[in-house]
Write a new protein. Sequence first.
Length: 234
Amino acid sequence: MSAVLHLDDLRVPVETGGGSRKARLTIEADGSLRLRAAEDVATDELRQFLASKREWVYRKLAEKEVLQHEPVTKELVDGEGFLYLGRSYRLKLAEGAGAVRLDRGRLVLPSSLAPTGEAHLIAWYQRCGEMWLRPRVRSWAERLRVEPGVIEVADLGHRWGSANGGRRVRIHWATLQLSPQLVDYVVAHELAHLREAHHGPAFWQVLARAMPDYDERKRKLAQRGARLWFGGTL
Ligand SMILES: [Zn+2]
């Protein structure tokens, strides 16, 4: 039996042995999946079992708000694709100086920045992201009746966003690769935390009032989020 199965992009290591014949799928605290089964269960049977758990897995991962993915790496060469607000842009290495920018449908990386291209691309997501988010945050804040302080786009490790008692709202730069609909979900979710710190029923009620289809967006986020770039170049 192969030691690792896959559910879409998710890796699922299989552990065999133990007393129970019934397969058991668990999600660890860090969002990793593990499948336990008796030695004599056929791989096909386990695959089917796993497939039947798809919805459950994505729902759970969305609840945990963790990202579980095979890391996506980029090559900083002409034609490499980068997502911004749900659209794909090809990278173009250009002679000369200047800043990273979108120009006629291309994401332009000046050659003077190429040696540290990754950092410059991430800085570009942060810069554009902060500008794009400002009016967005304002309008969701109104709907949620909260008054956020500073909005920052930063590297938040494996969290999409964070909000704290100091009213500072932070959004991961990688979030800006998602469609506006899903970025809005992250924004509204974090703003809702300014009213309810924890993910109890009150929290989801606050969010649902401002964003009735939040649940669907949350599920999409768990799926699409797994395919984003979080830094890392070849
Ligand atoms: Zn949350």
